[in-house]
Design a binder for this molecule. Sequence first.
Ligand SMILES: [Zn+2]
Length: 433
Amino acid sequence: MVLYTPGRTSTYPGEPVRTGLRAFFLGGGDEVGNVGCILEDSTGTRLLIDYGLAPTRPPKYPAECPPVDHAIITHSHIDHMGMAPWLVGHLGTKLHASPLTASLSEVMWRDTYKVSKIEGYPLAWDRRDLEEALQAWTTHQMGDWFEIGAWKCRFHRAGHIPGAVMIEIETPELRILWSGDTRASPNVLGALPVECDILFLEGTYGNRIHPPRIEEEERFVSKVLEVVDRGGTALVPAFASGRGQDILRILRREAPNLEVHYHGMGTRVTQLWMEHPESIREPKGLSKTWRWCRRVSGKSDRRKALDANVIVTTSGMLDGGPSIWYANRLRHQRANAILLTGYQAEGSGGRLLLDEGKLRIFGNITPIDLEVEQFSLSNHAGQKELTSFARACAPRHVVIFHADQDGRDALSTQLAGEMKVHLPSNRVEIILE
Ligand SMILES: [Zn+2]
């Protein structure tokens, strides 16, 4: 299926920019996920930041991108990079990222391609675009300036997941910071603020006051120990890129005697992380953790894992993958439990489990009579972290994106007196001066 007709379905304004900076969100402006934003100024320099798809069912895609020579991809999550192969295949765009993000792209794109085939979802790019995109990367180390048209850009560590960057941009008129997400995790240090005129801030949890991370980690570990003490196995569904590795590090730190098995796409991701120790918080801790847990590869490993204390596996929202296979086996033993480690999207397996105590297992809606608990171990900053980060950047303008209406409103209320707040809509230009 063709989603875009290059040059025909784009609604990007035709006129050049007179003064200031134009920002035009293709997606992710007034929603979480499928981020893509075009920045352009009067020098005619045009840059795309991120081009992702939201892995909902069915996926959400950003609007068609107008011709653009350069795109910077902030990090390797699919809602930020999932559509990048289309750019390369159809517009010949060059891709820029940190070395780790570039090397993770292959795993992420191949998985996206595979899932779209299995689920029968349309994808605007094909295998050939994917192969071309793998050749389209230019990588930059943190802190090194590089030029995009009349602009100078450099990356700063963003927090969130290893390899993620914030982008500082110097145009002839303005200094811009594209912040991405800024939260620290067991595997990555948090972001440091950069003073700027215009701040683009991801507002994912703008209306949320997170429980202190360490307390939530403790609550998680004590629940795991409780399940193990009663003779059960804790199934911990977690994303392949970030959460899973965080959980392993927390468990090794707090309960090193547990027998913890890891299964899923995160195996390849973790290997790539370890090849980029400069992107990891205490990289030795990660390699030790990786040796400490037992990695499941074959079928007999899977069956052995059923006797483990903890199984950490994908998918994080119980939408298929090994987590469903394990849930199906573990559901018959009441001592077992399913521990969810973050947000469960509308329509996801995890959401169904929380709301109705059921899971879709190999096509059948199946009651799950196990203890289910949810923990907030998110790698997205909460309201306090976002507002103090924004204040420390001291911008004249803040553009809050990648958030739902509640998140945007909450942040806007907090920051409005101190800077001009912009709440963008997709496909509507904003001019920042
Ligand atoms: Zn992300």
